[in-house]
Design a protein around this ligand. Structure first.
Ligand code: DGL
Length: 272
């Protein structure tokens, strides 16, 4: 089984695209909804929570896990890959969303003026800036990052269609445009934000391209599995799909909006 982890429902926007591209792959989704959002938490908390989520997914038999969460990818992925996997789980792998997104940005029709909307923790980590500059010369892209505190809370609370959310997005977009009035492309670098992509689109000037990550991550996963047939061989391909949350079990209308069709959650305890 492929494991997918997010602080809450955001990772479902990635999972949906993985299912579209690799429909036979068995998947186990875990949302740590009880402790979402992660975006305003400390680096240490994000690391500990992500490690607990990962350990749960490994214990369920996932040889490969994707952090479908920018915040966890920025603050936990590298440390887990370097210090935890080699000692505790030498035959397991974990991948994030930052690197595949940056590879896509560096390889696609490049925008000289790039904007990123993300959680406070993702912006503070400077992970996008550092990864982009590994692949592109510093002066080839002007990067502006705007942190969007409060946005994930509203989305997780099912308030994505409210005036409050629309006003908050307007405020973040105006912050972006003040810093770079010539922005050509923006990346929604939080897996929750695709649900309000239309609000970003409405507030940005016409012609600004709004990029989300689901399709990019799914496509890079497919390429990864082609390059690692031994990992592909360890993943079940009978199309089983299971959804777990640290919050309440049942069918969530909100999760259904994120995923696009009805899903049923099982409540699990991942801490302690
Ligand atoms: N969806 C996550 C991300 O991509 C986390 C948002 C949050 O928990 O604050 O960053």
């Amino acid at each position: 089984m492929l494991g997918i982890f997010d602080s809450g429902f955001g990772g479902l926007t990635v999972l949906r695209e993985i299912h579209r591209r690799l429909p036979h792959l068995s998947t186990l989704y875990l949302g740590d909804n009880a402790r979402a959002p992660y975006g305003d938490r400390s680096q240490e908390e994000i690391f500990q929570f992500a490690l607990e989520g990962l350990s749960f997914l490994f214990a369920q038999g996932c040889p490969l896990v994707i952090f479908a969460c920018n915040t966890a990818s920025a603050h936990a992925l590298r440390r887990i890959q370097q210090t935890i996997l080699p000692i505790r789980f030498p035959d397991r792998r974990v991948l994030g969303v930052t690197r595949p997104t940056v590879e896509y940005l560096a390889g696609s029709d490049r925008a000289h003026h790039l904007g990123i909307f993300a959680t406070q923790a993702t912006v503070d980590s400077r992970s996008y800036e550092l990864e982009l500059h590994k692949l592109l010369a510093k002066n080839s892209v002007m990067l502006t990052q705007v942190a969007c505190p409060g946005l994930t809370n509203l989305i997780e609370a099912g308030k994505e269609e409210t005036e409050e959310t629309a006003q908050l997005v307007k405020h973040f977009v105006s912050d972006m445009l003040t810093q770079d009035p010539h922005v050509q492309r923006v990346l929604l670098a939080c897996t929750h934000y695709p649900l309000i992509k239309h609000l970003f689109g409405k507030s940005l000037p016409k012609g600004v391209d709004v990029l989300t990550q689901g399709e990019v991550v799914a496509q890079k996963l497919e390429t990864y599995l082609e390059r690692h047939p031994e990992m592909m061989g360890r993943l079940n391909q009978n199309g089983m799909r299971k959804y777990c949350t640290t919050s309440s079990a049942g069918i969530s209308q909100l999760a259904t909006r994120f995923y696009g069709s009805e899903i049923n959650f099982e409540q699990v305890n991942i801490h302690g």
